[in-house]
Design a protein around this ligand. Structure first.
Ligand code: PLP
Length: 454
């Protein structure tokens, strides 16, 4: 249909992660409105969004008049002001104070950005700046993990541990070190316990640090639960062991809470669920329930003092973004945090977790399913060619992406990370809707099983 929105999308729009050729052939998957946990396409077809859009629409779609009112009020009072040097809008100050008070460990200051990628890039530059100021400019390498996702800007993409984000771009930048992905199902040795696997990850980290020289390494980035790499939940003791190594060599730990923050894992922060004690945190997405773009970096007192001491010498930390702490976004974020508190969103996720995990684990015995993993209201089902050997399907079959497409027929939106299918529904989902989400998945999986037989 030449005048459909899908056709116009193909004609005029370039997508994030665009497959331009495919988009020309098929056009976009155009969403026109949302309500609750559902979104609707241009033909009025309803989809249960099992991914909260992109791990962000924690309060669902179009049912939060309070967020609209907060935005309108702020637009009327002060639609914009910036944060350069000492200028700032009052609402941005309020949000900074609120986030520092909500942090899982004592934090000192908040720095605002517009996206998770920018927040992680900001941290990289801040760490370099601080270590320069401390007279140790060589302590600038940064460790990140295989399958990590920290964003797409040049430093964040370098931290991301997915090769697809590096080829074509001459990335990673120099000084990024890669350590193990803590996925026991995929990388544990046969017969190795989760505990022993965690020990091996920590030993391998220590070897990397010693090989490179502890004096050359500034920080390690980690998502408490790895999201876009396939919802990977580390062994229980993993972070305790990793942090002991980092502490020994005076290496900062940066917790990327962009997906895990704001209740998603059954605590307010993923760091609490996974036993992470960060020096620096980054957050975005559910900070504003995905309604407006805003992200934040929190730094602890030690990091802040180093920054302050260097700025006394240099006069300025040479990094600022026009829309940092945008007042309208900050007002919506503040209202979002109020709603999370009033609705006891963490308790809600905890109450739903057993239902979510029960429904997820229902697929454990399915012949195409290798692993079902989840925590709070985020999880994944990994499909395999051979259950016994854990052999994956040939990538050219694109089993995961095909399942995602087939799921659209059953009114379900999920996300494929290779052949792992991710689930991250709005946190306002009901028990019955959780069950319904997995019924829709079951039908999609049955269709995929039929297709594979052909
Ligand atoms: N960090 C994590 C853990 C993420 O999942 C993402 C995005 O999915 C990012 C950073 C990047 O955030 P953004 O897409 O807002 O730049």
């Amino acid at each position: 249909r030449p005048n459909s929105l899908a056709a116009r999308d193909a004609a005029f729009h370039l997508h994030g992660y665009t497959n331009a050729q495919k988009n020309e052939q098929e056009g976009g998957f155009v969403i026109t409105r949302g309500k609750g946990i559902y979104v609707y396409d241009e033909n009025g077809k309803e989809y249960l969004d099992g991914m909260a859009a992109l791990w962000c629409s924690g309060l669902g779609f179009g049912e939060e008049p309070r967020l609209t009112q907060a935005a309108v009020k702020q637009m009327q009072e002060l639609p914009f002001y910036h944060t350069f040097t000492q200028k700032v809008a009052s609402v941005t100050v309020e949000l900074a104070e609120k986030l520092v008070n909500l942090a899982p460990v004592p934090m000192s200051k908040a720095y605002f950005c517009n996206s998770g990628s920018e927040a992680n890039d900001t941290v990289v530059k801040m760490i370099w700046y601080i270590n320069n100021g401390l007279g140790r400019p060589q302590k600038k390498k940064i460790i990140s993990r295989t399958k990590a996702y920290h964003g797409v800007t040049v430093a964040a993409a370098s931290l991301t541990g997915l090769p697809g984000l590096h080829i074509d771009f001459d990335l990673p930048i120099a000084g990024i070190l890669r350590t193990d992905c803590p996925h026991h199902y995929r990388f544990g040795n046969p017969g190795e316990s989760e505990e022993d696997f965690a020990t091996r990850c920590a030993e391998s980290l220590e070897k990397l640090i010693l090989r490179e020289g502890p004096d050359t390494i500034a920080a390690m980035f980690a998502e408490p639960v790895m999201g876009a790499g396939g919802v990977i939940i580390p062994p229980k003791t993993y972070f305790a062991k990793i942090q002991a190594v980092l502490k020994k060599y005076d290496i900062l730990l940066v917790a990327d809470e962009v997906i895990c923050g704001f209740g998603r894992t059954g605590n307010f922060w993923g760091s609490q669920t996974m036993g992470v004690t960060p020096d620096i945190m980054t957050m975005a997405k559910q900070l504003s329930a995905g309604v407006l773009p805003i992200a934040a970096v929190l730094v602890n007192q030690r990091v802040y003092e180093a920054l302050r001491d260097n700025s006394a010498k240099n006069t300025v930390f040479g990094h600022g973004i026009t829309y940092s702490g945008h007042p309208v976004c900050a007002a919506v974020a503040l209202e979002t945090l109020k709603i999370y508190e009033e609705r006891k969103i963490v308790d809600r996720v905890r109450a739903l977790e057993p239902v979510f995990l029960r429904e997820l684990q229902r697929f454990r015995e399915h012949p195409l399913v290798g692993e079902c993993r989840g925590v709070g209201l985020v999880g994944a089902i990994e499909l395999v060619k051979d259950k016994a050997t854990r052999q994956s399907f040939d990538a050219s079959l694109a089993v995961g992406p095909n399942l995602v497409r087939i799921a659209h027929n059953h009114g379900l939106i999920i996300r494929a990370v290779g052949d792992s299918l991710a689930f991250c529904p709005p946190m306002v989902i009901s028990e019955a809707e959780v069950v319904d989400m997995f019924v829709r998945f079951e039908k999609s999986l049955a269709d995929v099983a039929e297709w594979l037989k052909r």
